[in-house]
Write a protein that binds this ligand. Structure first.
Ligand code: NAP
Length: 486
């Protein structure tokens, strides 16, 4: 059994309770972890608070070197870490190896950025003065991570938070804590208490972290429902909140695009990680003149995708994270069928897998914008397709959502592309190639998809606060001050 890691020491939870971690592909228990509670939150926050002053004062060059070393350790442990990720998430080993490398890159990127970022000197308003805009760390950052990308989304928070000079307390999702607890191997060269890792339920450990008086900043990725709760809980202390929430991304397929490329890209964005990607395309609008052909080709490709465990090299679509999550996807598809959608591929549990929380990648035709599937995030391997007549109509449909995380346009017409990226109301705007990330560019959502950005310079600023220093160097008496009494 793995253990919590607080102040550089392994420890068990005070309750003695455990969380059992189950492999989504086999339904077998892989391991157990201690179920921490508020006492562990208190200890972890106290350790992070003690470590903060020295970590903050450490020159940025030295902090950067330590982050580069964390990246090296991640890469060195790639095979082991990827295997653990596959056991707990069900995701393919192949992709997980890639996610380890991407996460290492994130540490390297922020190490580079912090080496030459401290703030700026601005022109002073008065003669003889120096005006400095200084960026400083905030303190202890609570990092709360969801199940779908346990390592990468952790890196997107922890790397910039540490680079900026903060210390962290990490809480992974209860379904996927194993890799996170193994990360003591990546961080144990840092001063004690700079990184602390605790597990336990969101309602107990998560809430205690969010409400803790010594945690001024929370970086959260997860559902909009929990994000809203964190927003409420953080309000009394006016916490700095960084919220990466749910989405209901649109894909717009124009008749002028490379249709074969669009079919393959839509399958990729709808079914990668069994559709458990915040930026999966969940509303697919196809220009009416190519709707029939697109549907036929997508259905043919989808029916040939190999559904299986992440450990198998040939697997393309992996299981959902849990039985409850699969039940929800099934219920959503049934509801869509009642509302008039038709199944043209998938739409059931794969008969060849008696165990594991598999669901066939599913294409639904005859979707309508008003149906329930288009209103709320699906988070499963389901691609509902609906035709559109004009580009104006497609843009209006894509924007008609309370979410604003991402969108993809498939078109070779530069005029349409320009209109699209100016008018689309999302933070992540893809053209012809969905889901690509870049550590140097900001990722995040508009509307109910969240607050703030991860990655890029913006991702560092989330973990900094700003001071404006007005320094009158001469210290002379100013003519506008009150005169002395005569
Ligand atoms: P979730 O249920 O919201 O949980 C996310 C994390 O929050 C978990 O660690 C969870 O712990 C914790 N949590 C739950 N209740 C809490 C509370 N009251 N206070 C503090 N923390 C609490 O989300 P999920 O099912 O793991 O992940 C899927 C969601 O994440 C989807 O909506 C997806 O769109 C979103 N997501 C967004 C992005 C983005 O960048 N915008 C990226 C990936 C995923 P427990 O597991 O112990 O409950």
């Amino acid at each position: 059994m793995r253990r919590l890691w607080i102040d550089g020491q392994f420890t068990d939870g005070s309750t003695g309770d455990v969380l059992r971690i189950v492999d989504p592909a086999t339904e077998e228990v892989v391991d157990s972890v201690p179920k921490g509670g508020p006492p562990e939150v208190d200890r972890a926050v106290a350790a992070a608070k003690r470590a903060f002053p020295a970590w903050k004062r450490l020159p940025a060059m030295a902090r950067a070197d330590l982050l580069v070393e964390a990246a090296r350790r991640l890469r060195q442990g790639r095979e082991d870490f990827a295997l653990t990720l596959t056991r707990e998430t069900g995701r393919t080993l192949r992709k997980n190896r890639g996610y380890v490398d991407w996460s290492a890159l994130c540490f390297e990127y922020y190490a580079g950025l912090i080496r030459d970022r401290r703030g700026r000197v601005i022109p002073s308003a008065e003669p003889g003065q120096l005006n400095l805009v200084i960026k400083e760390p905030i303190g202890v950052v609570g990092c709360i991570v969801p199940f779908n990308y346990p390592l990468m989304l952790l890196a997107w928070k922890v790397a910039p938070a540490l680079a900026a000079g903060n210390t962290v307390v990490i809480k992974p999702a209860s379904q996927t804590p194993l890799l996170t607890l193994d990360l003591h191997r990546v961080f144990d060269h840092l001063p004690q208490g700079v990184v602390n890792i605790i597990t336990g339920s969101g309602g107990e450990v998560g809430d205690a972290l969010v409400q803790h008086p010594d945690v001024p900043c929370i970086a959260f990725t997860g559902s909009t429902a929990v994000g809203r709760q964190i927003y409420r809980l953080g309000a009394p202390r006016i916490k700095k909140l960084h919220l990466e929430l749910g989405g209901s991304d649109a894909a717009i397929v124009c008749a002028d695009c490379d249709l074969e490329a669009a079919v393959r890209a839509v399958a990729w964005t709808a079914f990668l990680n069994a559709g458990q990607v915040c930026t999966s395309a969940e509303r697919i609008y196809v220009e009416a003149s190519v709707y029939g052909e697109f549907l036929e080709r997508l259905a043919a490709l989808t029916s040939r995708l190999v559904v299986g465990p992440g450990m198998d090299e040939g697997t393309e679509v992996t299981p959902l994270i849990g039985s409850r999550e699969r039940d929800q996807v099934e219920a959503r598809v049934s509801q869509a069928i009642r509302e008039g959608a038709k199944v043209v591929a998938g739409g059931r549990r794969p008969p060849q897998h008696a165990r594991g929380w598999f669901y066939e990648p599913t294409v639904l035709s005859d979707a309508r914008h008003g149906m329930s599937l288009f209103k709320e995030e699906i988070f499963g391997p389901v691609a509902p397709i609906m035709p559109f007549e004009t580009f104006d109509e497609a843009l209006a449909l894509a924007n008609d959502s309370p979410y604003g995380l991402g969108a993809t346009l498939f078109s070779r017409d530069a005029r349409k592309v320009r209109r699209y990226f100016e008018e689309i109301e999302v933070g992540n705007v893809w053209v012809n190639d969905p889901l690509v990330d870049n550590p140097a560019g900001p990722f995040g959502g508009m509307k109910m998809s969240g607050l703030g950005r991860e990655l890029g310079e913006e991702g560092l600023e989330e973990f900094q606060q700003t001071k404006h220093v007005h320094w009158d160097i001469e210290g002379s008496i100013k003519p506008w001050w009150f005169p002395l009494p005569r």
